[in-house]
Design a protein around this ligand. Structure first.
Ligand code: 4AD
Ligand code: MG
Length: 431
């Protein structure tokens, strides 16, 4: 018998095939049973007609329990009504392993219950769709940066430095030394850019933030490009082209998944470079005019502020030139004023918040040393980093895109905890 997978059935219309699958759901009447089959590649409906199969097969179709694993054999037929476009006319079923009392039933469950069963929840249709979209974003990321001539570089996870401030570090012992789990690979990527020109990384990062919002994870994955000889504006162009490529790739390659999630794709189709830009100064003025009287120049934006700004646009929006006092030590001052830096945060539409933080980096040795001092950072720890400014220093820029927030936005997931296989949250290390 021809063995295939659900995502390949389109090649076998009218043929008999065998698929290894799980019973995701079923319903039946006296004469017909419908099996929702899933095999990891997708979901397909198996139709078992009493009059057309052996008695044993129909009996089994009616009694088989949720999440039992099976080999199902049947004929692939076209079905215009299903999102997949195909059905399986089942002829026989072989049970591999019977599942009893699967805890996640088709009824509604609370979030805490589902999170406690995350290892099983991943099997459900929506979670499956979100993971496929996450995978497509990663695939499109590698495609974009390789097309643009970037080299993938892997910065260390165990580090001695703290690029994004010392308050959110996970400390650990490194034999006799103190070490931290990486909160960003950026500083190492700057070294890599001086060796390889245009580089990008993709890896886990850790923030010991006591935040309990729908946008914060303790462990999240970041894509961090860094580019030698690239200044502020060119950095923004890379960002908008990259985000455009990612969104358009998901639209092209995840149609079934977006449909499963009920995502409004018209909003995504519109996501094409260039993206609007406003300065921090303009954003503050805009918010004050909108009636936010709790915010003044020098304050950082909270989620409601970001959402209010994003609502004025139907594309992601860059907020540029933040006050120096709000940002890390490594950002290059604006040429005409030193109270703001050459940075930008990219705010996603529809209230999904900041998905990218980026900037031009300080490339002058003296200025960098002064900045380290101001931020109370140890010159010895950062000696290797300052040395990059000692030997052929060049203007350079980079950014970090948070994968989970991007997945949440594109898939329309309400909370970042559903966008990573096993989320690490303030009160959750299980499973
Ligand atoms: O703005 P952040 O902190 O920037 C950096 O780490 C820079 N060193 C990046 C660089 O220039 N190479 O983080 C970048 C992005 C944010 O825009 C956000 O999307 C995501 O990482 N992010 C988080 N995502 C989930 N949970 C958290 N706790 C996050 N913190 C940041
Ligand atoms: Mg940021």
């Amino acid at each position: 018998m021809l063995k295939t997978t659900i995502n390949q059935v389109f090649k076998h219309v009218d043929e008999d095939v065998t698929i290894g699958a799980w019973i995701a759901n079923k319903r039946s009447s006296g004469k017909i049973a419908f099996l929702q089959l899933r095999d990891g590649t997708g979901f397909i409906q198996g139709v078992v007609v009493k009059a057309e199969v052996e008695e044993e097969v129909f009996k089994l179709a009616k009694s088989v329990t949720q999440e039992t694993s099976v080999y199902v054999t049947g004929q692939v037929t076209k079905d215009e009504r299903s999102p997949l476009g195909f059905e399986l006319q089942v002829k026989s079923i072989e049970v591999i392993h019977e599942a009893t009392d699967y805890p996640i039933t088709p009824k509604e469950h609370g979030t805490e219950f589902l999170m406690d069963h995350r290892h099983l929840w991943l099997r459900s249709k929506k979670q499956h769709a979100i993971m496929k979209i996450r995978n497509e974003i990663i695939r499109a990321t590698y495609e974009f940066f390789h097309q643009e001539g970037f080299v993938k570089v892997d910065p260390p996870i165990l580090t001695g430095s703290a690029p994004e401030g010392t308050t959110e570090l996970f400390a650990t012992k490194y034999f006799d030394e103190d070490a931290y789990l990486s909160q960003s690979g950026q500083l190492y990527m700057e070294a890599a850019a001086m060796a390889l020109g245009k580089v990008f990384s993709f890896g886990p990062t850790f923030r010991a933030e006591k935040s309990k919002t729908k946008r914060h994870l303790i462990e999240f994955w970041m894509i961090e490009p860094e580019m030698a000889f690239v200044e502020f504006n060119e950095n923004l162009e890379y960002q908008e082209n990259y985000v455009t490529h990612v969104v358009q790739s998901v639209l092209e390659n995840c149609k079934v998944e977006l449909h499963t999630l009920g995502r409004d794709t018209a909003k995504l189709e519109n996501i094409k470079a260039p993206f609007p830009r406003i300065t921090y100064d303009e954003a503050i003025k805009f918010l004050q005019e909108k009636g936010f009287d709790d915010i003044e120049w020098g304050d950082d934006f909270g989620a409601p502020h970001e959402t209010a700004i994003a609502e004025s646009y139907d594309k992601p929006v860059f907020i540029t030139h933040y006050p120096t006092s709000l940002k890390p030590f490594y950002m290059q001052p604006a040429p005409d004023r030193d109270d703001v830096v050459l940075c930008a945060d990219l705010i996603a539409p529809e209230g999904y918040g900041e998905i990218i933080g980026g900037s031009e980096r300080v490339h002058d040795l003296e200025l960098l040393e002064a900045r380290l001092k101001e931020h109370g950072l140890d010159q010895e720890t950062y000696k290797w980093y300052t040395e990059l400014r000692q030997y052929g220093s060049v203007p350079h820029s980079g950014f970090g895109l948070g994968l989970e927030r991007t997945v949440a936005w594109i898939s329309g997931a309400p909370h970042v905890r559903e966008t990573i296989p096993f989320p690490r949250l303030l009160n959750r290390l299980y499973p």
